[in-house]
Design a protein around this ligand. Sequence first.
Ligand code: SAM
Ligand code: SF4
Length: 459
Amino acid sequence: MKAHMITYGCQMNEYDTHLVQSQLVSFGADLVDSIDEADFVLVNTCAVRGKPVDKVRSLLGQLRKVKSQRPLVVGMMGCLAQLEEGQQMARKFEVDVLLGPGSLLDIGAALESNGRFWGLQFKDELHEHIPPSPQGKLQAHLTIMRGCDHHCTYCIVPTTRGPQVSRSPDDILRELDTQLAAGVQEVTLLGQNVNAYGVDGGARLAGYPSFADLLRLVGRSGVRRIKFTTSHPMNFTEDVAAAMAETPAVCDFVHLPVQSGSSRVLRRMAREYSRQEYLGHIAAIKKHLPNVVLATDIIVGFPGETEEDFQETLSLYDEVGYDSAYMFIYSPRPGTPSYKHFADLPRELKTERLQRLILKQKEWSKLRNAGKVGTVQEVLLRGDAHSEGFLEGHTRGNHPTVVPRAVGADGAGVYPVLIGHSTPHMLYGQIVGADGQPLPEIPRLEPQAAALSRPLQMA
Ligand code: SAM
Ligand code: SF4
């Protein structure tokens, strides 16, 4: 079988795609790069906003057309598969295999079924499963928990992914070992609310460390860089900032979604913290980590958001001075309390607020990135950038960075980089040697010279 996977959504979905791909390979499938080459196409879906749902709908329409012309098995997994909305889509577009986020290990049974297979249960063995590490990659994700115990009024995740289940520290460390053995240098611990690790359904699990202690534990493994996402402010404790400060491998990077700067809106979102409490967490983080890089998520145009509420979001942005932000227009999702109880604001008003927020974000990203010029940053280079002769990667603070290939450093690796120039979205630099001086660049061929250097074709 030739299988092709298409992934929408968050890093947890990327992790799940890798998990299912490794299962497919263990069942003898070849992974291929396009729909044209595949006889099994599996779409990993996101249901958090309307846009990714629309994308899946149009892709499934396309796949049904291909299916009418040649034999093709179509599968759908992830959050949308768990919802009635997704299941209706699956029926309409003749999807054969449906796997909810808790049933990913049913992929083997699905392949054997040779026909229609729907798996929608939340199965415990998923938490113990250790997928093989991605080969040849310097960075990896590691899921430490699944599901979510919060009930933010706009969010469909608790419905699609179920209640929070923390993985045991032993399973986490075993998976980390396989990643280290495969050469991983940066691991990102994943969960919807990593700060609540080990406290499922409100009760601490016996033998499970707190998230702060888990960071300390993972920090002793020898991995070079540790990141984590996402943190919920309600469960954030100062001990997490202290653990970050005392564990050298943990990067000074915190992604702490605020969603809104207005306590009134936060209450309607059921976020369980106020603006002041959020700013208190930021102050504690800055106290322990003076050079911290801060990122956030913001929803604009939540039902009932007034201009004054929105101004509070803009002023909070200035108070915190984020390096970056994911900004979303509120998307009413069927099945959520806000969809049921609150009226959506006009589209134009939401879009106009988003544009103003994007301007604010650009201002700050420009300022924060400009502050890196002249400094040496540790950059994990993944490989070739879009422009020929350049490599791309990211700093410990997650800033995308581009460097020219250099003699002795012409591929993936972790290097010190002297930042020479910045834009709001990118740092540009040069790899430096042990003496702190830039390594000589590998000369780039001009396109014309490159063409001339090709061997002549004999007629
Ligand atoms: N668990 C994380 C937290 O609470 O911060 C976030 C997980 S959620 C999958 C990722 C982001 O999607 C949220 O932080 C929120 O900004 C955004 N989001 C979720 N539901 C949304 C909705 N209905 N409309 C717009 N954005 C939404
Ligand atoms: Fe959704 Fe809130 Fe849970 Fe995050 S914490 S996944 S936004 S319900």
